[in-house]
Design a binder for this molecule. Sequence first.
Ligand SMILES: Cc1cc2nc3c(=O)[nH]c(=O)nc-3n(C[C@H](O)[C@H](O)[C@H](O)COP(=O)(O)O)c2cc1C
Ligand SMILES: Nc1ncnc2c1ncn2[C@@H]1O[C@H](COP(=O)(O)OP(=O)(O)O)[C@@H](O)[C@H]1O
Length: 292
Amino acid sequence: MYSVAVGTFDGVHKGHKYILNKNIENAKSNDLKPLAIMLRYPMSQYVNGFPGLLYPSWERAKFIKDLGMEVEIIDMQNVWNITHYKYLEILKERGVKYIVCGEDFKFGRGAIGDTRFLLKHAHRYDMKVQILHDLKEKGNRISSTMIRNAIKKGNIKLANKMLEKTWTLEGPVYEDRHIGQKLGFPTANIDIRFKEDIIFPKYGVYLVKGKIENIEKEYWGLMNVGVRPTYFENKKVPKVEVFFIDFDYNIYNKYVKIEIINYMREEVKFKNETDLIKAMNEDLRNAREIIY
Ligand SMILES: Cc1cc2nc3c(=O)[nH]c(=O)nc-3n(C[C@H](O)[C@H](O)[C@H](O)COP(=O)(O)O)c2cc1C
Ligand SMILES: Nc1ncnc2c1ncn2[C@@H]1O[C@H](COP(=O)(O)OP(=O)(O)O)[C@@H](O)[C@H]1O
């Protein structure tokens, strides 16, 4: 028998941890097993303007497991058509005895099921409900949307503070035009959207720290996010690319995970390659000042 917390939990931030820890407490005091039922994407993914997830589902699941509960990942498409009544029926059959959720929790077809419905009807399904009020920081609700907005503005320090951890991007390295080598700044292109729809941070240059598959040591790096406006390209595809400092290996197809430490400057359209190289050298000097 289970006590469950249901949500997307993108970021597993302070507000999420509050709900998830309450779920563990409830499970303990009611002799139940704690479980998180996690949606792969939030509802907002299905409306216009969704900027992307902070973390892929498997990273979120890892964070939640580390807090001390099992995680089941579900896709909205598979529960889209289930009415709110039927949904509770399914949970009941799964052995759910307790539901812990935030005050904006919605479920079932058309998102008709809400906390009012839960409070009124849960007893009919032999379930208890605990609705938690939003956690506020300086009067503001901490939310995944706030963190996504901070990342879109390049405000990494604020995002990391709200996340209570250093935000990461990850994915396999793919091959491209080989211009980086020529400039003296080879950059590993990271396919952050190889599986799920992940957010692109504000275009610009960042200080990062990377973990590369099969390489023990972590390397500092400079990450460029954007469309390389200095160059003419037929089709501009936004990229996440990292120059690792004091590193020289072929890492095509290796999986890398990058900690995003700070935003350094905007991406600029330089007059020519010489000016771009000058700027990259200055970025490197600035990075070294911070690192050493
Ligand atoms: C530290 C750093 C800063 C960069 N800044 C800019 C920039 O301001 N403007 C720009 O057009 N490209 C910038 N780039 C991207 C380069 O143009 C890009 O890495 C280069 O074209 C190599 O591309 P490739 O990986 O397709 O070979 C930067 C790259 C690095 C590593
Ligand atoms: N210090 C380094 N940082 C990033 N990649 C490096 C570094 N040294 C060697 N490499 C290799 O060089 C590749 C990037 O070279 P680059 O000329 O930018 O080509 P591409 O356009 O294919 O990314 C990386 O994918 C990696 O295999």
